[in-house]
Design a binder for this molecule. Structure first.
Ligand code: PLP
Length: 354
């Protein structure tokens, strides 16, 4: 067993929990009492700390602000019927953080340290995990380069942190999405598989343009030919065509979602045919035309399963079957919900009890 460092804990003198209205939580604006922080200095991770949530003081020359060595993760904690806190597949987030770190030439963080910091932080702020169905505590681990140096080179120093936001029940409006054929999120050989800050900065203009055309989100296509579907916004993309679950195969331009992996696993458990492969936009249009396109959805930590109701492609909108007909989407959304709150058996050891 790897020995973990003891965390220096400074508790808040004044918890803000009484200000939290569980029935009216605005996403991403309310922060739990504490945050976890650890610095990478002189080639080593220093003493980890937990301290009251608050602002940081940084040099204007902080390297991450200029050259984008910044990565993040997103995950959720849930409460079971007894009020105990459960994390969904947190070790997968720790591993993916390190894959992102390697791509961005940043130091990796030992998984034990990630898990220890996370556990102690959530333990301390467990009252911030809302108890009502559909709610959760959103957890944001992230790392960024902290050298105060204006030259372009990998930073020598970094900061890794975790903070948390309670999130209310997510009522997913069925999405209108546009297949993007001008802009590119990522190409093979790029950093699309990393949860790196710059990927998101570059996606905002094309997303905004699509919103001005009446869509909620984009479906990104491959950067070479704009022919094959990749992801939808910040979610992985899935289709049910003729009873088969089909999703774009992973590549260096696609983020390997933990929700994606979980959905595929459940489909396989249920004996549903699953295909991970290239999907041409034209294939979807043909399946729509011949009536075999049964379901389409995005999947990711935030919305879990976000049904797609309309797909826009080359100036034309294609409407998909009504949500109540979507057997697989509805079943997998319900099952994931139950696994996360301890109501359904955790056959794949996904849940970690705090
Ligand atoms: C985070 C993210 C996803 C979904 O990953 P999950 O682990 O399921 O939350 C998909 N695509 C992109 C681009 C993402 O950033």
């Amino acid at each position: 067993m790897i020995e973990t460092a003891s965390i220096n804990i400074t508790r808040t003198p004044a918890s803000r929990i009484s200000e939290l209205d569980y029935n009216n939580i605005e996403f991403g604006k309310i922060f739990a009492d504490h945050m976890f922080m650890i610095d990478f200095v002189d080639g080593q991770w220093q003493t980890p700390q937990i301290l009251p949530y608050g602002n940081l003081s940084l040099s204007p020359a902080t390297s991450a602000l200029h050259y984008g060595q910044a990565i993040f993760e997103g995950m959720k904690a849930y409460k079971d019927a007894n009020g105990e806190v459960l994390l969904f597949r947190p070790v997968d987030n720790a591993r993916r953080l390190n894959l992102s770190a390697e791509r961005m030439c940043m130091p990796t963080l030992p998984e034990e340290l990630f898990m220890q910091g996370l556990s102690e932080l959530i333990q301390l702020d467990k009252d911030w995990v809302p108890p009502t169905p559909g709610t959760a505590l959103y957890i944001r681990p992230f790392m960024f380069a902290t050298d105060a140096f204006v030259g372009v080179r990998p930073s020598a120093n970094y900061k890794f942190m975790i903070f948390c936001c309670p999130v209310g029940a997510y009522y997913a409006n069925p999405l209108r999405v546009k297949i993007e054929t001008d802009y590119t999120r990522s190409v093979e050989g790029g950093a699309g598989f990393a949860k790196a800050a710059g990927n998101y900065g570059a996606s905002m203009l094309p997303s905004k343009l699509a919103q001005q055309q009446g869509y909620h989100q984009l479906i990104w296509t491959d950067g070479k030919e704009h022919k094959f579907l990749e992801e939808s916004g910040t979610m992985n993309l899935m289709f049910v065509i003729d009873g088969k679950l089909i999703t774009p195969a992973l590549s260096t331009s696609i983020l390997a979602g933990i929700t994606r992996d979980s959905v595929l696993q459940l489909a396989r458990d249920w004996g549903m045919p699953v295909e991970e492969r290239q999907i041409a936009a034209d294939e979807i249009i043909v399946a729509h035309a011949n009536g075999t396109l049964q379901e389409a959805f995005g999947c990711g930590t935030a919305a879990v399963i976000a049904p797609i109701i309309t797909i826009g492609y080359e100036g034309k909108d294609y409407d998909l079957p009504a949500l109540e007909t979507r057997e697989f989407s509805n079943k997998v959304a319900a099952e994931l919900d139950k696994i996360k709150t301890g109501e359904a058996p955790d056959l794949h050891n996904w849940m970690v009890r705090i």
